[in-house]
Design a protein around this ligand. Structure first.
Ligand code: ZN
Length: 471
């Protein structure tokens, strides 16, 4: 049954205060990050590629990655190719013409290139030449209003070059060669680096801490995803919890453009440190393991809701306004908006799904090992979820509501082992199967350098920090 109390106002004020503290903390106590250049082997490939491009006549190709100094080469194991890092060189932006002028333009709403040329008093014949230059010109039809178009014009008002920035990685360019235009597609390849980010959570918000460390919300969500079998990010994150992430970064023209995959991470929750390292495990795909080679994936998720959907970071008070304080509370209450999806925390079979006065709409799932999970006060039960339905971990079984004996939208979740209610966060679950012995040497070869990267740069090694610190 639901015993729930929502001091919404107090919580709101508390949250605002916490946010304010977090902002103050930002000034006094800046978090840091370090960028480790890509492994030297990749840099070597990059250099070779740049040389090839240069000889192929590509103008103004530059290489902005620097080879790491010898000390770091020793630390960053070259035998560890980072998965999916193939993009290593970048094309520098073209320089404005020596004679003539450069027009930075874009289509207005409802405009096409022809109207743009009229507006800029450029030659229709030049546009015609560009459009008839070959198959690449067909791509110009997909220019959308607002996208960046660069037009170089000679002193005689002839268009010498037209370039359209198709996206951050690609430029479609038409350059005048004699009397005709030649089109080409220039793909700018980002430089991959590894970044290390760390932060201590000061107010219970992973997002605030991640932002302070220089990470986007999207990365914070991925980080929480990595540890979702070990940490209940909704009710169990506390001030003093900390994380450290080794993540691939894609740089272009000296700017960090996007984050790639998380390569390794550490999350310390209430004094217990969980470590994850990325490893491609044949058919099982790329998943996260602990350093011993056991998958982080376990038979139960720590929480039945996505933490991003939950409004209150902490467990609501155990005090129930209707029943007073003496009523024992079994389970965990998650305050969340009505309609928030509720997931089965583990695979199993539905033993009961329906409605009772105290429970409201509820679902009970039986799992192996004498474990049962219960989900109460749902606004609705998912279609097809009824007695006998088998469910997989993460399947949506219903939505948060406030049906039954409940004072506001929340999910009451219970984890029962052999008929005894247990704290789902504290309960020890059977360990997952480690990777086969046969694969262990490869696992260690690939993951050891990632873990070394994750741990090596520290305050205890200021030389490394000052050599590669970006701030
Ligand atoms: Zn409850």
């Amino acid at each position: 049954m639901g015993i729930w109390y929502s001091p919404a106002f107090a919580q709101g004020v508390g949250h605002l205060l916490a946010l304010a503290l977090e902002i103050l903390d930002q000034d006094g106590n800046p978090e840091w990050r370090i960028v480790v250049p890509v492994v030297p082997a990749v840099v070597g490939v990059a250099f070779a590629l740049v040389v090839v491009l240069a000889f192929a006549g590509s103008p103004a190709v530059s290489m902005t990655s620097e080879a790491p100094p010898a000390e770091l080469v020793a630390m960053v194991e070259p035998a560890a190719p980072v998965a999916e890092v193939a993009l290593v060189a970048e094309v520098a932006p073209s320089l404005p013409p020596l004679n003539g002028r450069r027009i930075e333009a874009s289509l207005r709403s409802g405009e096409n290139l022809s109207l743009l040329f009229q507006r800029e008093r450029l030659s229709a014949a030049d546009l015609d030449g560009i459009v008839k230059s070959g198959p690449i010109a067909k791509r110009l039809r997909s220019i959308r209003p607002g996208e960046e178009i660069t037009i170089d014009v000679s002193d005689d008002n002839d268009v010498t070059r037209l370039a359209w920035q198709a996206d951050i990685w690609e430029t479609v360019e038409f350059a005048r060669v004699g009397d005709v235009y030649e089109g080409r597609e220039l793909t700018r390849l980002p430089i991959s680096k590894r970044g290390i980010y760390k932060a201590t959570i000061t107010n219970g918000s992973l997002f605030v801490a991640a932002t302070r460390a220089g990470l986007e919300d999207e990365v914070a969500m991925r980080l929480a995803d990595v540890f979702r079998w070990d940490v209940d990010f909704i009710t169990q994150v506390r001030p003093g919890d900390a994380f450290r992430v080794l993540i691939e970064e894609h740089w272009l023209e000296g700017e960090l453009r996007e984050f790639g995959p998380i390569l390794a991470a550490e999350f310390t929750n209430r004094g217990l440190t969980h470590v994850a390292v990325r490893y491609e495990n044949g058919n099982a795909g790329t998943i996260f393991f602990n350093p011993d080679g056991r998958p982080l994936r376990k038979s139960f998720l720590k929480a039945p809701l996505e933490f991003t959907r939950v409004s209150s970071p902490f467990n609501p008070s155990r005090v129930h306004p209707l029943w007073g304080t003496r009523r024992p509370h079994r389970g965990t209450d998650y305050a969340a908006p009505t309609g928030t999806p509720v997931f089965a925390t583990g695979a199993g079979r539905v033993t009961s799904a329906g409605h009772t006065a105290p429970n409201g709409n509820y679902v009970v799932i039986r799992h192996s090992g004498g474990i049962e999970t219960k989900y109460l006060h749902l606004s609705r039960i998912e279609n097809g979820v009824k007695r006998g339905t088998s469910v997989q971990q993460g399947d949506m079984i219903g939505r948060v509501g406030s049906t039954g004996w409940s004072t506001g939208p929340h999910l009451h979740y219970e984890f029962v082992v052999d008929g005894v209610h247990r704290d789902p966060v504290a309960v020890e679950l059977p360990k997952s199967e480690p990777i086969p012995e046969l694969d262990k040497p490869d696992f260690l070869r690939v993951t050891a350098p990632l873990l070394a990267n994750l741990r090596a740069p520290d305050e205890t090694n200021p030389q490394l920090a000052s050599a590669f610190g970006e701030d």
